[in-house]
Ligand binder design. Structure first.
Ligand SMILES: Cc1cc2nc3c(=O)[nH]c(=O)nc-3n(C[C@H](O)[C@H](O)[C@H](O)COP(=O)(O)OP(=O)(O)OC[C@H]3O[C@@H](n4cnc5c(N)ncnc54)[C@H](O)[C@@H]3O)c2cc1C
Length: 442
């Protein structure tokens, strides 16, 4: 029933030994709870969370890869019911040719629908379309006493709000019903334009408010008058282009040596990448799969930072503080020369579905750092900037936050704890992030 395995988060910085089960039917999940024998349980999807929210050292992990059936689909309303292990990739392949798309998608198609609920994920369209949890009609969650509860925005709403974004700490999801979105074809029309500084990047994002999708890549190592230079990308659904296929992707699967990634090599890469984009903007059709999931084309890209792995720091700060906060964060990063290829800035709307959901009306910045001496200290300086400006960090990406910062960042934590205590009074759900941050506070 179980296999003892060492699993890690996507950043390969945190790992843990757990008894891993692969339930295939809902009754197998029931058996897991029945036979847990005092060990804590947590579900795990595709393991695309960077830190430790999908780890449960010394406990049981219910890996959902076999609990992955599409149960029903209504062609009129777009309503779909599926099991939690269904991936975005599968939904893209099956439904885009039929003219339907998952309305909210993270930047990887390998993530599962269960994982999307667990972190109430957002996409490049959050400002207009909200978070994943806001498209859910109802879902079934099995609590540790073995009972299945159907919950939704209007059905046991407190339990629903604790479970969406609740990083698996209220029970195991076994069925999720949500609404898909109609699309006029398999492509978006994308415009990419490079901009020379942070001012222009912010105004570019603000003016992109009419586009369905918007996102900016930032050269996080650029300093002085170039600080905040980047590439602005906006996109809207495109009618037609039905023959257009996704680009095939090369696969890299190697650990880059640590010395290969230093300030100079990353700065050189960033400069080339920046100058490749047009200063006046270039528009072209792009398949949803390539637009939404550019990194998926590079197999195992998380190994590029070497054996010691990497951290992703993702925060959101309110609009009123946006420019000042993002400037300070970029200043800290560039001053420390912390090598980062991936720095992404997006606008978010106020919509969030759960007590511990990440989104907030404001700007979100995501930056990768190799795991090396000084990274933890840099992280805590950045987290201080975020709390000083009233923002928060994303638990899906976190491996370093302190308990104090976490509690300051999540003001609805008490509501989460109350609902989770009703659903799991004996504290049988648990995970590494839960124990590190004292989320359930047993
Ligand atoms: C390249 C890349 C890009 C990304 N881009 C984005 C982005 O744009 N926006 C965004 O929001 N996130 C983004 N992420 C983060 C990712 O979407 C989330 O971490 C997501 O939760 C991963 O899903 P998963 O299936 O891998 O779940 P896991 O990482 O395995 O688990 C995530 C959480 O969900 C819980 N969970 C999983 N299944 C169940 C279940 N059946 N019942 C109860 N709880 C469950 C787990 O316990 C865990 O706490 C990105 C990640 C990567 C690697």
């Amino acid at each position: 029933m179980y296999r003892e395995m060492t699993l890690s988060g996507w950043g390969r910085v945190r790992s843990g030994n757990a008894l891993v089960a692969r339930p295939e039917r809902v009754r197998d999940v029931y058996r897991l709870f029945e036979t847990a024998g005092g060990r804590q349980i947590c579900a795990r999807g595709a393991g695309r969370s960077y830190g430790d929210c999908g780890l449960n050292s010394g406990g049981i992990l219910a890996h959902t890869e076999r609990l992955a059936r599409i149960l029903s689909f209504n062609e009129q309303s777009g309503e779909i019911a599926c099991e939690p292990g269904v991936t975005f990739e599968r939904l893209l392949r099956v439904f885009v040719p039929l003219g339907w798309l998952v309305p909210v998608s993270p930047g990887t198609a390998f993530a599962t629908i269960g994982g999307a609920v667990g972190n109430d994920v957002h996409g490049k369209n959050h400002e207009h379309t909200g978070s994943f949890g806001q498209h859910i009609l109802e879902m079934d969650v099995m609590t540790p006493d073995g009972s299945t509860h159907t919950i939704g925005p209007r059905r046991r709403p407190e339990w629903f709000r604790a479970t969406v974004g609740g990083i698996g700490l209220t029970g195991v999801l076994t069925r999720i019903v949500f609404r898909m979105m109609r699309v006029p074809g398999p492509c978006v029309l994308v415009t990419r334009k490079r901009v020379d500084d942070l001012d222009s990047l912010f105004s570019g994002l603000e003016n992109a408010g009419g586009a369905a999708y918007s996102v900016a890549w930032i050269d996080a190592l650029a300093r002085g008058k170039f600080r905040g230079r980047g590439i602005l990308e906006t996109a809207d659904p495109l009618a037609g282009a039905h023959g257009m296929a996704r680009k095939p992707g090369p696969a890299i699967a190697m650990d880059f040596p640590n010395f290969a990634l230093n300030r100079l090599s990353v700065a050189a890469f960033n400069a080339v990448y920046f100058h490749k984009a047009s200063p006046i903007g270039r528009t072209a059709p792009c398949h949803y799969g390539d637009f939404l999931y550019p990194l998926d084309r590079i197999g195992n890209w998380n190994r590029i930072y070497g054996r010691r792995g990497f951290h992703q720091f993702q925060c959101v700060v309110p609009y009123t503080e946006g420019f000042r906060a993002i400037s300070s964060l970029l200043e800290e990063i560039a001053a420390r020369g912390a090598a980062s290829f991936l720095a992404v800035l997006k606008r978010m709307g106020p919509q969030r579905a759960g007590y511990l959901s990440f989104p907030m009306d404001g700007y979100t910045l995501a930056v990768d750092f190799p795991n090396q001496a000084g990274t933890a200290a840099l992280h805590s300086r950045l987290a201080r900037v975020v709390t000083d400006h009233g923002g928060r960090n994303y638990l899906a990406k976190d491996a370093l936050l302190s308990r104090g910062d976490f509690e300051r960042m999540y003001p609805e934590l008490h509501s989460f704890r109350d609902a989770a205590a009703q659903m799991d009074p004996d504290g049988q759900m648990g995970s590494d992030i839960d124990r590190r941050l004292g989320i359930r506070q047993r």
